[in-house]
Design a protein. Structure first.
Length: 372
């Protein structure tokens, strides 16, 4: 089974019409439940007291889900350093983040391994636009966030805003309370489509371990089909329960013969966080994108709770996880069945390994097809 990591992000704004704010769907990327303890054996060190669902905190509307994204640090080593490819697919004038960090302040004082100086860069949000440009939103301790644990008379962030305060039993045992912060980012390119967001920490450099609970878009605009970047290697670029993959493959084979390319069949669905990560990876990684464009056509086939496409997929080896790739030649004959977990690295895909896979199965390679 593949692990899914989530980021939950928040809405922060004055009271407006509900349709001015749209939450980003981050649940497929969550890696820590709010009701679970932060730290081994610290079951009561949690955010169970934080209200869930659509909430107004500090005059802001937030959608709080079951999970948050926890990033790693020099002290908290298990969580990932980066969670890439959080899908957005809209224009927006502003983004609002609900977040905090483990370690930094509260009961941690200067000289303690968990202490962090103000103005320390502890992470970032990378905003990836559909035109392949990007902007970085730094997360600076003391400016944007502070430790979620705080003690009496401890200051607030200079830019961020405290919007929720609470308690848990472990915090009380160390004479502390808990709190969360929002930060609002004004997009200098509101006319551009935000494709994805990458969320990362400075895991090797600081004990601060950022976590995010929600993101909301302000004044979001839907993307017209004409605005979406076209990638010529796709013959089917989305998952669709209503499509007939047998018909799609026939059309793909006609084109593959003409262009002398092999075929990648990507099986998955919109429910699958790793499927979204793979699509983002092959579309935004220049080397991988160019390799696919030169040697392959790619068609997506849906597998979800409503549509398993059993008749089509029964002709291929059994799939154990999603996404899954089948490599076919230009005649539509199976060359290789590829589980995608060996292509992964952290919470994403490894460029070198992915390129080796593509090179191995491109047209003209001498490798023997799988024996079924």
């Amino acid at each position: 089974m593949k692990r899914c990591f989530v980021v939950l992000f928040f809405v922060c704004a004055t009271a407006r019409a509900a349709d001015e704010f749209v939450p980003v769907d981050l649940q497929p990327f969550g890696n820590h439940k709010l009701t679970e303890g932060f730290g081994n054996g610290l079951e009561t060190n949690n955010l169970a007291s934080l209200p869930s669902g659509d909430q107004k905190l500090g005059g802001c509307k937030f959608r709080i889900g079951e999970k948050l994204i926890q990033l790693g640090s020099s002290v908290i080593k298990d969580p990932p350093e980066i969670v890439p490819g959080i899908q957005v697919g809209r224009k927006a004038g502003k983004l609002h983040f609900l977040h905090a960090t483990q370690y930094g302040g509260g009961p941690n004082t200067k000289g303690n391994e968990g202490y962090v100086d103000d103005d320390t860069l502890i992470g970032e949000y990378r905003i990836n636009f559909a035109d392949r440009s990007a902007l970085i939103i730094p997360i600076v301790y003391g400016q944007d966030v502070r430790d979620w644990f705080y003690v009496d008379n401890e200051g607030e962030p200079a830019r961020g805003k405290v919007v929720w305060k609470g308690e848990n039993d472990y915090a009380k045992s160390v004479d502390a309370k808990i709190r969360l912060y929002t930060y609002t980012w004004e997009n200098p390119w509101p006319e551009k489509v935000i494709d994805t967001i990458d969320y990362s920490s400075k895991k090797q450099e600081t004990p601060a371990a950022p976590f995010c609970i929600a993101i909301t878009l302000e004044n979001p605009q839907p993307v017209a089909a004409a605005e979406k970047p076209k990638l010529d290697f796709y013959t089917v670029d989305h998952y669709d329960d209503a499509r007939n993959p047998a018909d799609d493959l026939k059309e793909t084979i006609v084109r593959a013969k003409t262009e002398k390319k092999n075929i990648l069949v990507q099986v998955g669905g919109d429910w699958c966080g790793w499927c979204k990560l793979m699509s983002n990876f092959i579309e935004t990684n220049e080397a991988v994108r160019n390799q696919i464009s030169a040697n392959y056509l790619l068609m997506k086939v849906t597998w979800d709770s409503k549509q398993q496409n059993e008749a089509f997929l029964s002709q291929y080896p059994k799939i154990s996880g999603y996404p899954h790739l089948f490599v076919l030649n230009s005649e539509g004959k199976l060359l290789h069945s590829q589980a995608t977990s060996p292509l992964e690295e952290g919470h994403g895909y490894n460029e070198k390994i992915y390129l080796e896979f593509l090179d191995r199965w491109k047209p003209g390679s001498k490798v023997e097809p799988d024996k079924n």
